[in-house]
Write a protein that binds this ligand. Sequence first.
Ligand code: ADP
Ligand code: MG
Length: 586
Amino acid sequence: MIPQPDPSATPETDFSELLGAPLASALSAKGYTTLTPIQKSVLDPALDGRDLRMSSQTGSGKTLAVGFVLRHAFAEPMPRGGQASQPRALVIAPTRELAKQVEAELGWLYAPLKIRVVALTGGASYRDEHRALAQNPGIVVGTPGRLLDHLNRGSLNGSLVETVVLDEADRMLDLGFKEELESILATLPEGHRTHLVSATFDRQVAALADRVQSNATTVQGTPLGVANDDIDHVVYLAHPQQRIDALINLLLMQPDAQTLIFARTRAEVSEITEELRNQGFNADSLSGEMPQDARNRALAGMRRGATRVLVATDVAARGIDVPAIAFVIQLDTPNDPDTYTHRSGRTGRAGRKGTSALLIPPAALNRTKSLLARARVRHRIEPVPTAEAIRAADDQRALAELSRELDAEVPERIREQVRKLIEAGAAERALTHLLLESQNASVEPRQIQPLLPQQERKRPFQSAPRQRELAPQRGFAPRDRDFAPRDRDFAPRDRDFTPRNRDVAPSDRVDWVPFHVSWGEEHGADARRLVAMLCRRGGIRSSDIGAIRVSRKFSSVEVAARVSEGFRHATRTPDRRDPNVSIIPA
Ligand code: ADP
Ligand code: MG
């Protein structure tokens, strides 16, 4: 990953020897003091003149590395602009957004050399693009279809291209751009360099590389198998009917994190965006069916930090670089590890920390685990935060916020108001109003049934500290054999256990008799098993059982007074199945 400033390291601020003064000055103007591994690797003089296969993990600065490689294409000055645009370098990218991003990054890098960079993308107006091409760009970046269009129309001429780069080559093949790529390459002169960039080089990409490259060599930055330590991988389980609720709670748990959500289809993208907006989230979508200007606006809103949540399809969000994205949520398990790598790689960029979450139904857990293993990431499984946990975190934040040191000069008007409130003895009321208001303004967390796989339940205390804090307590009625809900939000707790105890008129209130049962959590007791055992041994129905409290070594239960005498009789003699469990009036 991109090195964080390390006080013990001497920054390599002088890149001019390797890159030449102009590019080096662009880097220092940008404030970059170190290079990423892939950027260092491509500067090795032994690579000059070779076709490169560049691979390095997501967010590790491959774009700039491409920029460095392209410098050889400008060994000779650019020709004066003629009829058609004759760039020295072409960069082909799978999506419009990516092409724009590469245009921007190479734009500032080459600014000191006065070499223009232009992007040609589907959806943009030809008139604007012709005008841009007329400016005699040295580097043209584009999506395959649109580049080919311009080449065919003659507005772009490939005859002086010295270097062509295929960025996200794997993706371009996935998207079915093979024909277009080969047609573009066929228009380029003999002897040009062809570089491929891909986070992963599978068979398909290698086959393309073999066909289009000569004398190729591989350049690795951060090796693919090495996990990006800046990304925390978490799996959350939710039943399909609670998916949106779980999503809302995940968003509320990190209220300040700019979040990218991946949905499988375009229809799903609009549905989820709509739903989140209705809930009061500042959400936008990014998908292929949207007109280009809407896509640009969506991405720009995210870059400015004006949009909190962006819901996107894989294709549209491929390779996008919004360094502030701190949270990626995937609403389905991708079919291949590369897609997972690419999705999760939208966070943890440029040395920042991020979380990549998969929100999946329990039935998808095994498939998901195997996918994560193939993507070579370590993950943990956590229950979706409950409404209770979210409120507790909110309260803590509010308290911290209200008691924070005042960091700026407080205007006299405010001081005056505070003084008046205190004098009037209204400070408490005032604070209450403020807190109520902020609560009303926030999205309500959802009641959800937090799920964990059985296995995680059995050894909650061996896991990471965060998991310990959220570890399941007494499991209750695991209907689905493998997945036990935690009891925090919905499970019976004391008096609240049976609905009978709540909504009943005082006149038909049931009286309860407490019993002590010598069977606790330690011996495998849980509410469901207790009910079963009490009914069997005491000859009562589950509706005759009131509050249940499972402690470590014993449990306390309430039995309806009406049947308690018979119950006491029936349970007095030791049971053949559970001879050691005694049930006595408390
Ligand atoms: P990749 O293509 O490998 O996924 P990008 O080229 O999009 O990654 O770069 C990710 C981010 O890191 C970008 O915001 C980029 O500006 C930033 N970056 C790249 N190189 C450096 C560097 N040497 N120092 C600091 N930030 C960098
Ligand atoms: Mg990239």
